[in-house]
Write a protein that binds this ligand. Structure first.
Ligand SMILES: Nc1ncnc2c1ncn2[C@@H]1O[C@H](COP(=O)(O)OP(=O)(O)OP(=O)(O)O)[C@@H](O)[C@H]1O
Length: 789
């Protein structure tokens, strides 16, 4: 059957499924190749964002829908090119071309003729004939090209299997060079276009007939493996043996086409092109390598730019005594030390387990800092100037906790830096932070890349206090920044050890301490008033868990009060299965239940959900949990573009999630331990079974149980819990410690004691990355120390 077409404008979008671009639209008919007597027609298919002002030509078939009658099923579409003089004038004077009125549009058509559009695409220089400013000429060309030239290329990308969204991204990156890049080096797409991974690019390359042992393929394989390894292990580098082994496995699926020699050649080139950095047997993605050096350098700059001599030491003593005397709390020695060091040092690292007083000390320090410098702590006094105390945390929940416990403004690190968390590429610069002291809580969750960005945003002279629990899980992204900073011994560090708990009967903190010491004994499995253990295997977990949650609910624990935690997603004791089970148990489907299906999940009113990414616009951040309070189905929604809408409650904030937003949430009856970092719950139910073996590490167990504020229920195998207590092998491989040590060693040495070897070694590492090596050595150049001949 040959294709039919119709031309028309969009009247309404009845339904859309943004995840695969599917739309059902009502089109006002202008012209058809088939018999059609109505003024409108329903068109279905996959479409990108369409312009309601624009005429489109839809190509496809007229089909009979069993329920809705005749519809047009569109296979491809394009902007309808205006061909006669009148239509062309209307086109050039439309809203698409701001600043061009009817008069100018007529001139354009007079000069370029009825082939104006074609001419502008095929011979862009023709634009110079027009009596327009260069800016307007440029705008006109861009608009015409993006409307017409792009269609042709996008159509070809569609035929290669790319969805419209990715096809548009590819086109917007390469423009008219798109097809050339695809044919000569499709691997380039991996780096340039978000959403294209090695497998997709490799498939394209093979389709275009590129050799399996081509240098581009070897290079792309190495970069892919290095990125996968660092992201999956959390290490910032890997060894050459690992890099080569995994890359050979990736590239030689069927035959042994790629050799170690090929990889050696490709690696050499990647190092020369600054894609991979090497230090002894450590191979880094260039970005991470630079992040580590940059962190060391920024910290050194913070240290050297801090003018300690401006702090009046006797006044510090005075304030200090005043704070100690007037406080409702009698601070212990370590706590007092933390406040004192926070006042007088450029950088303070404050670590401690749950209940050791970290929040208390943040409060004490903020007050002491304000008293010492005579700052008001009323934000209303700072209409024209920046508030001196900047509080931040990596998650929304931790930021909220900070705000509530200090009664001062606090934000996520992303918001502080003006990031959305969904940037296409990692930004190299951000907003500069304004203020006098920056206090960051839950620092163990901050990864190498984000920490580097944060430090780059700190102005000279600002003091920095980093607060966290060094025994918790490290960040999701590569690195273990807080751990490395503490290990470096380059900064003033206070470890709060004494536990203060209002509830004297709590045994959870004792348990955390026991786990941290690696003690495995029967106490782990004993039952106490605030914790209990249920011995069961993976297949028994569902049954036991159902009983526990029902009892807990009957005892008054709300969905927000109790949180089930597990380390992995798959299997009978995995997060996915437990979420389904808990939904059936705690929020079963009834005849009246409204629900919205998205992927494998049928969301219902009353469900507990978790946000999966940072969304600055909605002010909801990765890891925040909410409850579905209402549902507006698409058929009842006057705004057809939104489709179904879920109304979520995040701790008292009501936020609407249209269909397009649902990819950013999932059920949250059970979440991963990583997702729960930075949050605490009255009741934690923790599941560890032997099948989770790969994940069972001490810091994972420690992080999980310290999420419990008052009650802890553990279920699973004894062996699984014991393995977790014993396995302290979770240390990540990074070079941040060495970077800090060598940078600081150089900065602190008196000039006459710096030997060439030291300097050359450090400079070699730093110089290549435009990092100023003259930390603390103002007025001198590296060459002053080098005997260059
Ligand atoms: N020196 C002290 N004397 C008496 N009580 C204290 C002292 N320090 C802290 N506390 C109390 O101990 C409890 C826990 O303190 P805080 O919340 O500051 O600890 P934290 O380390 O931030 O804990 P978490 O990580 O669990 O939030 C609070 O009720 C606090 O008032």
């Amino acid at each position: 059957m040959s294709d039919e077409y119709l031309v028309g404008k969009i009247q309404a979008v009845f339904f859309e499924k943004p995840e695969d671009y599917f739309k059902i639209m009502l089109i006002k008919v202008q012209e058809t190749s088939f018999t059609w007597s109505d003024a409108e027609i329903v068109v279905t298919g996959t479409f990108d964002e369409l312009d309601s002002e624009q005429n489109y030509r839809f190509t496809g078939q007229l089909v009979e829908h069993p329920k809705y009658g005749q519809q047009f099923k569109c296979s491809h579409y394009q902007v309808e090119t205006p061909l006669d003089q009148k239509a062309l004038v209307a086109y050039f004077s439309s809203e698409q071309f701001p600043g061009i009125g009817k008069k100018t549009a007529t001139k354009i058509v007079d000069i370029l003729g009825e082939q104006a559009i074609n001419l502008l695409i095929t011979q862009p220089a023709a634009v110079k004939k027009l009596p327009l400013s260069t800016t307007k000429q440029k705008l006109l060309l861009e608009q015409v090209q993006s409307s017409y030239q792009s269609q042709e290329i996008i159509l070809q990308l569609n035929q290669l299997g790319f969805g419209n969204k990715i096809a548009l991204r590819i086109y917007h990156y390469y423009h008219e060079k798109t097809l050339e890049v695809l044919q000569t080096n499709p691997y380039q797409l991996i780096q340039d276009v978000k959403g294209i991974g090695f497998r997709r690019a490799d498939q394209l390359a093979l389709n275009f007939g590129l050799a399996s042992d081509s240098p581009q393929r070897a290079a792309a394989g190495l970069l892919h493996v290095l990125s996968m390894l660092t992201n999956s292990t959390g290490n910032t580098y890997c060894t050459k043996a690992d890099l080569f082994n995994y890359t050979l496995k990736l590239l030689n699926v069927a035959d042994q086409v790629v050799t170690t020699d090929d990889l050696e050649q490709a690696l050499k080139k990647l190092i020369a092109e600054n894609e991979i950095a090497v230090d002894q047997d450590c191979y880094f993605l260039q970005k991470l390598y630079e992040n580590e050096w940059s962190i060391a350098r920024q910290l050194s700059l913070i240290e050297t730019s801090f003018q300690n001599e401006l702090i009046n030491q006797s006044r510090v003593e005075q304030v200090f005594k005043q704070i100690a005397q007037n406080s409702a709390i009698t601070y212990d020695q370590n706590q007092l030390l933390a406040i004192q060091q926070g006042l007088t040092h450029s950088v303070l690292l404050l670590t401690g387990g749950p209940g050791t007083g970290k929040t208390t000390i943040i409060n004490g320090l903020v007050n002491a800092f304000a008293t010492l410098h005579e700052y008001s702590l009323d934000p209303a006094d700072y209409e024209d100037t920046a508030f001196p105390v900047v509080l931040a945390a990596p998650t929304g929940r931790a930021a909220k906790h900070l705000m509530e416990s200090t009664n001062l403004p606090a934000s996520t690190i992303h918001r502080l830096l003006g990031l959305t968390g969904q940037e296409e590429a990692e930004p190299s610069e951000t907003n500069e932070i304004q203020g006098k002291i920056l206090i960051v809580d839950e620092v163990s969750m901050v990864d190498t890349a984000l920490f580097d960005l944060l430090l780059k945003a700190i102005p000279a002279g600002m003091q920095l206090v980093l607060v966290g629990d060094q025994d918790q899980l490290p960040s999701v992204g590569p690195g273990q920044v807080f751990h490395d900073l503490i290990q470096s011994q380059a900064f003033s560090t206070v470890n709060l050890e004494k536990i203060y708990r209002q509830d004297q009967d709590s045994t959870i903190v004792d348990l955390a301490r026991q786990i941290n010491l690696g003690e495995v004994n029967t106490k782990l499995f004993q039952n106490f008033a605030d914790r209990s253990f249920f011995d069961c295997n993976a297949n028994q977990v569902s049954h036991v868990l159902q009983q526990i949650v029902v009892k807990s609910r009957d005892k008054g624990f709300s969905l927000n009060d109790m949180q089930i935690l597990a380390p992995m997603y798959r299997g009978p004791a995995g997060i996915d299965h437990l979420n389904q089970l808990m939904q059936e148990t705690l929020n079963p489907l009834t005849l009246e239940t409204k629900s919205v299906k998205f992927g494998d999940v049928q969301y219902r009113i009353g469900d507990k959900v978790v946000q999966l990414v940072n969304d600055v616009e909605k002010n909801v951040f990765n890891g925040e949990t909410g409850i579905v309070e209402g549902i507006t189905l698409a058929k009842d929604n006057p705004d057809k573009k939104q489709g179904d809408v879920l109304h979520l409650d995040f701790d008292g904030r009501q936020i609407a999630y249209a269909r397009a937003d649902l990819k950013n949430i999932s059920l949250a009856y059970c979440t991963s331990i990583h997702k729960a970092q930075g949050s605490e719950f009255p009741l934690v139910i923790l599941i560890l079974v032997k099948q989770h073996a790969r994940m069972l590490k001490r810091n994972l167990l420690y992080t999980a149980i310290t999420r419990a504020k008052s009650k802890l229920i553990m279920l699973g195998n004894h062996e699984a819990f014991e393995q977790a207590v014993r396995d302290d092998s979770s240390q990540r491989q990074t070079r941040l410690l060495q970077r800090i040590q060598s940078t600081f060693k150089l900065a602190k040495k008196p000039l006459d004691q710096i030997d060439d070897h030291d300097l050359v070694l450090t400079l070699n590492k730093i110089q290549t990355h435009q990092i100023d090596p003259m930390i603390g050595l103002d007025g001198t150049t590296p060459f002053d120390f080098m005997d260059i001949n």
